[in-house]
Write a protein of this length. Structure first.
Length: 427
């Protein structure tokens, strides 16, 4: 609210300045006085607002301390939350107390048969909270609305398609968060915060938003799940733009989570990754080819072919950008393409703007992640060793000639040329 108020005020001042341009003489002095008075009023209102907020916070904290002193029947030593909402965990009772605090009073709700799992599985971002009990496989999620506490307890075990499968690992579950944004053309930016529970032990994930569980799904089938053993996680995660990349390098599966998006993709099903602006392809990576007409396969570019350079260029100056998309071509007849949108603004952008640079940076990160995934998929399917023959020696010579040509054309730098040459000569 403060930011919106400030932006509205700036817009008002701007219009006042524009109007002031038509004044002259003594009227200018009157205008300046009125402007200073308006600034003073805004400063006073802001001070009053901040004082009220601070006093209310002090009152709520005092109410919490008094309630803790009066109530001795519930252990308050372990908790999460803030002065508006606190969640207490009583280990002996195996109960959770959710306490909503307002200056008008306190409201409490109790959840039975639930234990505190530790700080890694208990998260609170006002006004939403998420706590996962891995022993009972139950997720407590909720929020508050005015004086009401809205919560739910969801059994992940009951929603697990692999619940009857014996697991052979003891990998602990974890939370990951994703914040997304959307910038409409004529309104303020809207943001959403997603909470993703990754239960790697059971090959299951749960996506929540605003204190509500939206989706529960298995990303690994029952026949494959027992193959993962031990207690070390093989999952890496990365937030890029409005997307969370969840990569399981053991099963070689990518899970993509975003606004209205949940994709489960086998590494081996990715045929090609490309980047487009305004429908024009600026980058592509697939087996054995690169951008610019240079066909480079196998050992030359690490087994899959890659573009030389980045996503930016001088030709983009003063160009309007309407779309910035990563396209993933899949080996799947029912869903051939997965498209990731990295421009979350409905307004067209200038290619030399800071916002464009931010979007391009995110798209570049996504491109790099997907390119590595393609390489991992190719490496997995390649032979462990391959004998050197006369034909292979000849092919190395051909590749050296291609390298020299790329360097002469300015496509490869001296450092890149020497690196690739060294790799070839090691074969």
């Amino acid at each position: 609210m403060k930011i919106k108020f400030f932006l509205s005020f700036l817009a008002l001042v701007l219009f006042a300045l524009l109007a002031g341009g038509s004044f002259d003489g003594e009227v200018i002095g009157i205008y300046i006085v009125l402007l200073l008075v308006m600034l003073g009023i805004v400063a006073v209102v802001s001070m009053i607002f901040n004082t009220i907020q601070s006093n209310n916070k002090k009152k709520r904290n005092q109410m919490i301390r008094e309630d803790e002193q009066k109530s001795t029947d519930f252990d308050r030593s372990v908790f999460i939350g803030d002065d508006r909402c606190k969640l207490y965990f009583d280990a002996s009772k195996k109960k959770v107390m959710i306490m909503r605090v307002m200056t008008e009073g306190i409201k409490k709700e109790y959840v039975d048969d639930f234990e505190y799992p530790g700080k890694n599985l208990a998260t609170y971002t006002s006004p939403a909270f998420y706590i996962y009990d891995p022993t009972r496989r139950k997720l407590l999620s909720g929020t508050y609305d005015d004086f009401d506490i809205i919560y739910q307890v969801t059994s992940l075990a009951e929603n697990d398609n692999n619940k009857d499968v014996a697991v052979n690992n003891t990998i602990l579950p974890r939370f990951r968060t994703l914040q997304t944004s959307h910038n409409p053309a004529t309104a303020y930016a809207t943001k959403k915060l997603y909470n993703i529970l990754i239960d790697e032990c059971h090959g299951l994930m749960a996506i929540s938003e605003s204190g509500k569980v939206k989706d529960i799904f298995n990303y690994i089938n029952a026949s494959s799940l027992p193959k993962k053993t031990g207690k070390k996680s093989t999952i890496n995660t990365k937030c890029v733009g409005n997307y969370l990349f969840i990569m399981d390098d053991f099963f070689k599966v990518l899970v993509l989570v975003g606004p209205g998006t949940r994709e489960i993709i086998n590494y081996s099903d990715i045929i090609e990754v490309s980047y487009e602006e305004n429908g024009n392809q600026l980058y592509t990576k697939s087996a054995g080819r690169t951008i610019g007409g240079a066909i480079v396969g196998g050992v030359l570019m690490g087994g899959a072919g890659a573009v030389v350079g980045g996503l930016s260029g001088g030709s983009k100056q003063n160009k309007e950008i309407k779309n910035m998309d990563i396209k993933i071509l899949l080996r799947n007849t029912s869903e051939t393409t997965c498209i990731l949108h990295f421009k979350d603004s409905d307004r067209a952008l200038k290619a030399d703007s800071d916002l464009y640079e931010t979007y391009a940076k995110n798209a570049n990160q996504a491109k790099d992640i997907l390119s590595i995934i393609i390489d991992k998929s190719k490496q997995a399917s390649a032979p462990i060793a391959q004998p050197i023959t006369t034909a292979s020696t000849s092919s190395v010579a051909d590749e050296l000639a291609k390298l020299a040509k790329l360097k002469a054309d300015g496509i490869l730098t001296e450092e890149e040329f020497l690196t690739q040459k060294s790799k070839l000569l090691e074969l």
